[in-house]
Design a protein around this ligand. Structure first.
Ligand code: Z5A
Length: 209
């Protein structure tokens, strides 16, 4: 039987540079011979991508918070069972752009739903599965939103107030503080080369280099 692969997640608020750094992480891992599957949440399967489109659509401004939370976890259940778990079981490493820490940050803190309801769904959907490493790109929300605005029209989440993103950031930092052995918090306000140097250091730790 293949040795189970490692599960790495990339997290952070709006415009922290997740997409920008995914290619760097992929290159870094593949250069070391890692068989890698790259994916994202919400998304990663046809059904989960359809749910993502609904979640980001400005037509659903004001969506009920519980409905939002359940859609996020419905997308996650499909994604986990159809793609993530089979890949890990086959020995592939999985690099996922956002995962359950985003639910704690966006729904738990951003929407003020608290951690209890999310913990119940986390247990239901993923049991004891947790990422082996979570890279948290941290930048103040004003800088992140400026970066996003320079790029494209805002989606339903990006159209939230600044105070929402401040709570999201606090939520992420609280998660990192509670589980320091799993998280690497990276100062994403730095120039890209410095961000990537810090990401590489965290990956070296995971790979035992
Ligand atoms: N969501 C949720 O609510 N609950 C959940 O459980 C999950 C998700 C899983 C998915 O969007 C949405 O779903 C998300 C939360 C919610 N909210 N939103 N919106 P997403 O995954 O697509 O997230 P996003 O934050 O919208 O991604 P993004 O806009 O693509 O941002 P990014 O990937 O972090 O940033 P980027 O595109 O790499 O960089 C933005 C710009 O900054 C770009 O022009 C870069 O060239 C520039 N950049 C990047 N790094 C730097 C540095 N270091 N210096 C200067 N400029 C930089």
């Amino acid at each position: 039987m293949a040795q189970r692969g490692k599960f790495i997640t990339l997290e952070g608020g709006e415009g922290v540079g997740k997409t920008t750094n995914l290619a760097f992480i992929r290159q870094w891992l593949e250069a070391r011979g890692t068989d890698l599957m790259l994916t994202r949440e919400p998304g990663g399967t046809p059904l989960s991508e359809a749910l993502r489109s609904l979640l980001l659509d400005n037509a659903y401004k004001g969506m009920d918070s519980t409905a939002e939370l359940l859609m996020v976890f419905a997308a996650r259940a499909e994604h986990l069972n159809k793609r993530i778990l089979p890949a890990l079981d086959a020995g592939q490493w999985v690099l996922c752009d956002r995962f359950t820490d985003a639910s704690y940050a966006y729904q738990g803190h951003g929407r003020r739903m608290g951690r209890q309801r999310i913990a119940v769904l986390e247990k239901l959907v993923q049991g004891d599965l947790r990422p082996d490493l979570t890279l948290l790109l941290d930048v103040d929300p004003q800088t992140g939103l400026q970066r996003v605005d320079a790029r494209a029209a805002r989606d339903r989440f990006e159209n939230e107030q600044l105070s929402f993103f401040q709570r999201v950031r606090e939520g992420y930092l609280a998660r990192a503080q509670a589980e320091p052995e799993r998280f690497a918090v990276i100062d994403a306000a730095q120039p890209l080369a410095a961000v990537q140097k810090d990401i590489a250091a965290a990956l070296e730790g995971l790979c035992g280099e």
